[in-house]
Design a protein around this ligand. Structure first.
Ligand code: GAR
Length: 206
């Protein structure tokens, strides 16, 4: 919180890690008073791991091999995060659904970014869902994670237009640009102690 030690982040990834990079950049530019305690990847070859290593951030590869179910896998994940002193968990392109083991271990302290304006188009291929539906606007949503799929309290949303000739790739690129601005901003609000949860409503304190 403000004036104290930087909040320790644990960032979970599965792929490219451009949102991880946006958070690293915000911290290094002095715009975000947080420290990335560890990056945990569900995939060994994720480029996000290379990004983390370039910035000397500890990385852990946590595959699902050897675990019989999601709860067991998540219990081991909780241990990894606790061993690193993590206070806020950031899902950044993490392509696994969390069980209640993770959700209850970090109550109101897990954030996710989703490439659509929730509650529209939850789940996989959100940009394609938006194009197929024919919406004029889409965007991204940062929300707290609960036990549902993309159903938790909404922290911030950013809107982008959908153009007539958009492809999944062009819309995704436009949304990602907003993600890279919106996610560090949401993390900053948390780190400054400016997020208050009232039921499923998020109040941003001045
Ligand atoms: C992001 O666009 C994020 O919104 C999406 O995965 C991408 C990861 O990109 N997440 C989901 O679809 C989760 N349901 P990145 O690895 O470059 O940050």
């Amino acid at each position: 919180m403000t004036g104290g030690q930087p909040i320790k982040l644990g960032i979970l990834v599965s792929g490219n890690g451009s949102n991880l990079q946006a958070i690293i950049d915000a911290i290094e530019a002095g715009g975000l008073d947080a420290r990335i305690a560890c990056v945990v990847s569900s995939t060994p070859g994720a480029f996000a791991l290379t990004r983390a290593s370039r910035h000397n951030i500890p990385v852990v590869i946590h595959e699902n091999r050897g675990f019989t179910n999601r709860r067991e896998y998540d219990a081991a994940l909780v241990k990894i995060l606790r061993d690193h002193g993590v206070e806020l968990v950031i899902l950044a392109g993490y392509m696994r659904i969390l069980s209640e083991v993770m959700v209850t271990a970090f109550p109101n302290a897990i954030m996710n970014i989703h490439p659509a304006l929730l509650p529209a188009f939850p789940g996989l291929h959100a940009q394609k869902q938006a194009l197929d539906y024919g919406v004029r606007f889409s965007g991204c949503t940062v929300h707290f994670v609960d036990c549902g799929t993309d159903t938790g309290p909404i922290i911030l949303q950013s809107v982008v237009p959908v153009e007539q000739d958009d492809t999944e790739e062009s819309l995704s690129a436009r949304i990602q640009k907003e993600e890279h601005r919106t996610y560090p901003e949401a993390v900053r609000l948390f780190c400054e102690g400016r997020i208050r949860l009232e039921g499923r409503h998020v109040r941003i304190l001045p």
